[in-house]
Design a protein around this ligand. Structure first.
Ligand SMILES: NC(=O)c1ccc[n+]([C@@H]2O[C@H](COP(=O)([O-])OP(=O)(O)OC[C@H]3O[C@@H](n4cnc5c(N)ncnc54)[C@H](OP(=O)(O)O)[C@@H]3O)[C@@H](O)[C@H]2O)c1
Length: 313
């Protein structure tokens, strides 16, 4: 299935789903700082910039993000069918992770109600539940798919072993894995570059998830693409990172674009990777979307990796 919309941002396949998704997507975790008119303008800017994919979660702003996104989607100048809406389930904030059948189904019903939609294009399991019972997830996915409430399924923040465990019962393809990934959060890449070394960067925290994702045709969705640490702040224009910002500036000038676009293009240069940008600023979103036309040279990609404070053994 294709979607309409501008071709300004390149489209990639979302795993084996058959969906063509923009390589830059809009995440709406922070959207409730906007009012309805501003949120509608943000969605319209996304669409006219070539972004056709929107990432939600049941827990963002305690559900208020889905409510506002849904209202903005109704007001927007494009049709719901022309874009793809993803949400997530499985976190009960501050209490537990919950992949039980009852929780998954109830949560999706809640998301659809808040969003004012009949179906989600994609549902992700948000963060692994230590008490996972794969049969429960399989029953929930089958029920949601048969009811026409969810069309595609995926995961977030999981490693290959956890995916295999899910697949022991789940029959639908898992089309995406949403993972923290940015120029300042490269552990999954470092471990591959430092393989067989004894330094800290050689430590594999994630079970080779990038290689696994490629082998199994799962799109990697990069969350917090402009942040360092765990929501510590933005690295772009941040004086804490002079070398990285100088390298971003240089390439931004060379490609006649801006630093956010270059930081995004660094991610989209990784095969099968989609950027989930969380800006609430329409101008910034249009800037970020410029990444959709940029393919960095391999040396430029490595120059940025090194400027971010990494090394090559
Ligand atoms: N799966 C998961 O566990 C998980 C976890 C976290 C997030 N997510 C998803 O990922 C999305 C993005 O996460 P995020 O919002 O943390 O990531 P982000 O896009 O890296 O950060 C966006 C924040 O950075 C600010 N910002 C300041 N200068 C910026 C610049 N030059 N370029 C871009 N942003 C700048 C934005 O402010 P303005 O709004 O003023 O532009 C906004 O507050 C979320 O919306 C959510 O959908 C998923």
């Amino acid at each position: 299935m294709g979607t309409k919309g501008s071709e300004l941002v390149k489209k990639i396949n979302l795993g084996p789903s058959g969906l063509q998704v923009s390589a830059v997507a809009l995440g709406v975790m922070r959207i409730t700082k906007l009012d309805l008119a501003q949120a509608t303008a943000l969605l319209d800017t996304a669409y006219t910039s070539g972004i056709n994919f929107f990432d939600n979660a049941d827990i963002y702003a305690g559900g208020e993000a889905e409510t506002l996104f849904g209202a903005a989607l109704k007001n927007a100048s494009f049709k719901r069918e022309d874009v793809l809406v993803q949400s997530k389930v499985g976190i009960v904030p501050g209490k537990r992770y919950d992949f039980s059948k009852a929780h998954i189904i109830e949560s999706v019903d809640g998301s659809l109600k808040r969003l004012g939609l009949d179906y989600l294009d994609v549902l992700l399991l948000h963060r692994p539940d230590a008490l996972l019972e794969p049969d429960q997830v399989a029953d929930a996915f089958n029920a949601l798919q048969n009811a026409g409430k969810v069309r595609n399924f995926g995961v977030s923040n999981v490693n290959p072993g956890q995916i295999e465990l899910l697949k022991s019962a789940v029959s639908q393809p898992l089309v995406a894995n949403q993972l923290q990934l940015s120029l300042m959060h490269t552990g999954m890449i470092d471990a591959g570059i430092h393989v067989n070394m004894t330094d800290d960067r050689s430590f594999d925290h994630d079970g080779g998830i990038l290689e696994y994702s490629r082998l199994h045709n799962m799109t990697v969705q990069a969350w917090s693409p402009y942040q360092y640490g765990f929501f510590e702040g933005v690295f772009i224009d941040n004086p804490k990172f002079p070398e990285l910002n100088a390298a971003l500036d240089k390439l931004a000038a060379q490609y006649h674009t801006n630093k956010s676009a270059i930081a995004s293009a660094w991610l989209t240069r990784l095969p099968g990777t989609q950027v989930i940008a969380g800006t609430t600023n329409a101008k910034r979103l249009a800037d970020i979307a410029e990444a959709g036309n940029i393919r960095l040279e391999a040396q430029e990609w490595y120059d940025l990796y090194l400027a971010a404070g990494n090394d090559l053994p």
